[in-house]
Ligand binder design. Structure first.
Ligand code: URA
Length: 210
């Protein structure tokens, strides 16, 4: 596998993902698991953040203690399912800026159609993590990243929960400079653009809309 595609292998993530895949898992359960998995994925994807130090006083003495430095973060959620991952990420990094891109999939062509975009003006100076739980055809991710590049974003990663091999290949080809992080790569994409075995429609599962 390409070094710019990272499957975040961790027993806790694998176990929670299995619980999420089960068709009988409730909306409430799905949502809380997604939040927990988002914490774990954020922990991994932020592993390379630079640290600096500052002098602080503990109750015992002064010390030079590590704090986050470097480029500031911006999470960009691809609506609507991205918001499920986003919530857990923001809990872990409450000072991160957040952007939103609204994309829907044309059910006939499976092409991504943009209907909304709001991102911080200084996105070009930030490390950007684009999030969508499902990397299926890759069309939404590709269109979102293309749009963010036009807005000035230069330093991007893409984070998802589940990917189809077809989506990974498409995103790699369209944006080879954007590394992909995922909890799992499934078998394939079906004729309707769903990931198999997958977990169904992530938005419907987290919001109970089906
Ligand atoms: N989006 C989803 O929510 N699920 C899929 O399987 C594919 C795209």
């Amino acid at each position: 596998m390409d070094e710019n595609v990272t499957v975040i292998n961790h027993p806790l993530i694998a176990h929670k993902l299995t619980l999420m895949r089960r068709k009988n898992s409730s909306t409430q359960k799905f949502r809380s698991l997604l939040r927990e998995v988002a914490h774990l994925l954020t922990y991994e994807i932020t592993r390379d953040l630079e640290l600096t130090t500052e002098v602080i006083e503990t109750p015992m003495q002064e010390m030079e203690a590590p704090t986050l430095a470097g480029k500031k973060l911006c999470f960009v959620s691809i609506l609507r399912a991205g918001n499920g991952l986003l919530e857990g990420m923001v809990e872990l990094m409450p000072s991160a800026r957040v952007g939103h891109i609204g994309m829907f999939r044309d059910p006939e062509s499976l092409e991504a159609v943009e209907y909304y975009c709001k991102v911080p003006q200084d996105i070009g100076e930030r490390r950007v993590i684009v999030v969508d739980p499902m990397l299926a055809t890759g069309n939404s991710a590709i269109a979102s990243i293309t749009h963010l590049k036009k807005q000035g974003a230069q330093n991007m990663k893409f984070l998802c929960l589940l990917a189809a091999p077809e989506g990974v290949a498409a995103l790699r080809e369209a944006h080879p400079d954007v590394p992909i992080f995922t909890a799992a790569i499934d078998e394939r994409l079906d004729d309707h653009g769903y990931i198999r075995p997958g977990l169904g429609d992530a938005g419907d599962r987290m919001y109970g809309t089906k």
